[in-house]
Design a protein around this ligand. Structure first.
Ligand code: GLC
Length: 742
């Protein structure tokens, strides 16, 4: 890990003007690329420079208005397009690249795509994968997605989405790693390293893009695109850490966001892009707007017109214009009128040319366009088995009364109820742009493969589109079977972009179905599907077991069969709190104590008079088919020096009768700070695989990265004082020790 302050040593910085009154730091690029970039730049006309900042979409999967292809091709051949998105396929990208090679300077195009959780082989949605608490797994799935995407001509993925969010009403929680900044930073690092590998020159890797910079997940009321208004302290302590981690990992690009942050839209926010990202953090990559977000500064009321928006964006450090066509139409005039310095455009162009050199596109613009590599890579066995591994690791066991699960050595009949159990497209989840639907293994297919077609009695239970109940056939199947498995929850399109919900409960018809099925007197196992924390208390109450299966991708059905049968003992943990009531939102585990801490006694305390303040399931929660005993954390001494790494040890034992994987979590509490600190913060986790009766000890080292925080002066500090250290299987059931920093 390269701390931010050393990243600048790779770059020498000098000041120069960008526009009237705003200084910015232009980056000087390390050799061998510095000379190459500048030699190309020196040949470019202003129009060609502006062309490099212009990004158009191909057809399909547009999240905004688009222009016709003929115009685009003509502009590509004039060197007026620097990159395209939503183009895939070795042949299709080759054809477009051939048009670029007809331009005067033959600068190759960059092809970007939202490869969020896989390409043709679909992995679990990111929030599901974050439940694995396995960073190496997430690095491997990102690498697998990159391999498949690169084989299809893609150079650049608009991932990982690293937005922290504490609001399950916001549909885009599905794309991230949940509510915790420290864990979210580790996941951001793992995914960037996975996508980019050791070098962008490797034709099986793609350039990553940390998004959306910044604090997009703090949208008021969980409404997508809504205002975000928060203190700089909260910005630095909660929302920026994953972006810092991505930059420290060498992420090649950063996408800004649709949101207005403290009165200034992220796309036109110089504090974010110039002062922090390209200034203090020394970021040498490129920034890209979100779809049309430059032009959207007009409806934001921040820009008077598209020209004003173009000026605000380029001045603030937004290098590439995704589909608002502001740069290609307005920047020439702004330079001619002296409102934008050409040096500002040069800086953006340098960043883009650098990435094209690093990707090897100047050496060979067609190196990603290999139909043979595409044919042998797409949906290959190794990617499918990785998808299955990731899927089983993403499943969270929320309830298992009377050891209902696993159904091992099961020879009876299963009633499989619920249209979601037979839906391919829903298993892919959202942002699965290319995921081959016909390749998806449904729950029905997975169970039939596991137990035999004759042993699985399927009934849809409810209409997939309308949720209209079809109870009779479902109850008939349940009465004939030995056990009932029922799939409930969200449709794949109910989480993701522009998918905010005021009510996060599963459909009431699904609750009614589970209750009715339980009335048949059989064990009921509920599969909860979706891309966000959901409220399903009625269904839970009438279930003997509940598995949270999220959206698991291509291998969903096989993975669910692996877990139901006990072939894999579930080990997932919640990366986001599951509220008991939507009125509790925003609800998160790392909250502040307040002066009147929450209390079951109510009264004059930080509580509700009408509902409990406890969540339904806390951050970090997840059961196993076995049981574990996690001891009290121990330290060799109580007092430690401020600069001395603190070592904490804790034992963990498998006290059950099945081998299982436990994620031992470590939380700290800094009891007194120069600013108030949360009642607990995740600062370590270790996964251990233990056989029945086996015990081991895990150790954690707590240094500045774990014990520090951003203070009122926006400086990262470690302060003396008493700390609690808490260990356990989740953020609630912990055992505590204390130490002091002096
Ligand atoms: C969308 C999303 C962004 C995505 C981009 C390109 O609107 O906000 O995450 O990468 O457009 O599809």
């Amino acid at each position: 890990m390269r701390p931010i302050q050393t990243i600048a040593c790779a770059l020498s910085l000098f000041l120069c003007g960008c526009s009237a009154g705003s200084a910015f730091r232009e980056v000087e690029i390390e050799e061998p690329y510095g000379r190459k970039v500048d030699s190309v730049l020196s040949l470019m006309t202003l129009e060609e420079k502006i062309g490099q900042l212009n990004q158009y979409t191909g057809n399909g999967q547009a999240t905004g208005p688009v222009i016709d292809d003929t115009t685009k091709i003509a502009q590509i051949e004039k060197g007026l397009v620097g990159s395209m998105l939503n183009i895939r396929g070795a042949e299709r990208t080759r054809r477009l690249q051939e048009h670029a090679m007809k331009s005067r300077l033959r600068i190759p195009l960059l092809f970007g795509l939202d490869v969020i959780h896989g390409m043709q082989t679909v992995f679990p949605v990111p929030l599901a994968e974050a439940s694995s608490f396995d960073l190496d797994l997430m690095r491997r799935t990102a690498a697998g997605a990159a391999r498949e995407a690169a084989a299809q001509g893609v150079h650049w993925t608009f991932a990982p989405m690293v937005d922290i969010s504490r609001d399950a009403r916001w549909g885009r929680v599905v794309e991230g790693a949940g509510e915790d900044p420290w864990y979210g930073s580790l996941v951001a690092r793992a995914r960037v390293e996975g996508f980019q590998g050791r070098s962008l020159a490797d034709v099986t890797t793609v350039m990553a893009c940390a998004k959306h910079f910044a604090a997009y997940g703090a949208c008021i009321a969980g409404k997508d695109y809504n205002t975000t208004d928060l203190s700089l302290l909260t910005l630095h302590d909660t929302y920026l850490p994953p972006f810092r981690a991505a930059v420290e990992s060498g992420v090649g690009s950063v996408m800004n966001g649709f949101n207005d942050l403290n009165g200034i839209p992220a796309t036109g926010n110089a504090y974010l892009q110039r002062t922090l990202l390209k200034g203090e953090w020394g970021f040498d990559g490129l920034t890209v707007s979100d779809w049309g977000s430059i032009g959207e500064m007009v409806p934001h009321g921040y820009a008077a017109d598209l020209r004003d928006a173009a000026r605000a964006a380029i001045t603030a450090g937004c290098d590439v214009d995704m589909e608002s066509r502001a740069y290609v139409s307005r920047l020439r005039g702004l330079v001619a009128d002296g409102e934008v310095a050409e040096a500002c455009i040069d800086d953006a162009v340098r960043r883009i040319l650098l990435k094209k050199f690093q990707l090897g596109l100047f050496d060979d613009p067609f190196r990603y366009c290999d139909p043979e590599r595409e044919a042998r890579t797409v949906l290959c066995d190794s990617l499918r088995s990785l998808a299955r591994e990731a899927a089983v690791r993403s499943i969270v066991l929320l309830k298992n009364d009377g050891e209902t699960l696993p159904l091992d050595r099961f020879t009876g009949t299963v009633a499989l109820i619920g249209a979601l159990a037979d839906s391919r497209i829903d298993m892919r989840g959202i942002w699965a742009s290319d995921g081959a639907v016909e390749e998806v293994v449904t729950v029905r297919k997975g169970l039939e493969a596991r137990y035999g077609r004759a042993k699985v009695l399927y009934a849809e239970g409810y209409d997939l589109e309308t949720n209209r109940l079809h109870l009779a056939p479902a109850l008939a199947a349940a009465r004939r079977a030995d056990v009932v498995v029922v799939a409930v929850g969200e449709r794949y399109f109910q989480s993701g972009e522009a998918r905010s919900k005021a009510d996060i409960a599963i459909p009431r018809q699904h609750e009614e179905l589970v209750r009715a099925l339980k009335g048949c007197g059989k064990r009921v196992i509920t599969l909860l599907m979706g891309g966000r924390p959901m409220i399903f208390d009625e269904a839970a109450a009438h279930s003997d077991a509940v598995l949270l299966t999220w959206w698991l991708g291509t291998e969903a059905g096989n993975a669910i069969a692996d877990v139901l049968s006990g072939e894999y003992n579930p080990s997932g943990k919640l990366p986001m709190t599951f509220p008991a009531h939507v009125g509790q939102i925003p609800i998160y585990y790392n909250y502040k104590s307040t002066g009147r801490p929450e209390s079951k006694a109510g009264g004059y305390t930080c509580s509700y008079q009408d509902i409990d303040f406890e969540p339904a399931y806390p951050f970090g929660f997840g059961l196993s088919y076995t049981t574990f005993e996690i001891g009290t954390p121990t330290l060799e001494k109580r007092v430690w020096r401020l600069d001395e790494p603190v070592t904490v040890r804790v034992t963990v034992k498998n006290t059950g009768h099945r081998t299982g994987r436990e994620t031992v979590q470590l939380y700290i509490r800094d009891h007194v700070g120069s600013v108030t600190r949360p009642v607990r913060e995740l600062r370590g986790f270790r996964q251990v695989l233990l056989r029945p009766g086996e015990q081991t000890e895990v150790a954690f080292t707590l240094g500045a990265a774990e014990l520090g925080f951003w203070n009122a002066d926006l400086r990262y500090v470690v302060e003396p004082g008493v700390f609690s250290v808490m260990c356990g299987p989740d953020s609630k059931n912990v055992k505590t020790a204390e130490f002091e920093l002096r």
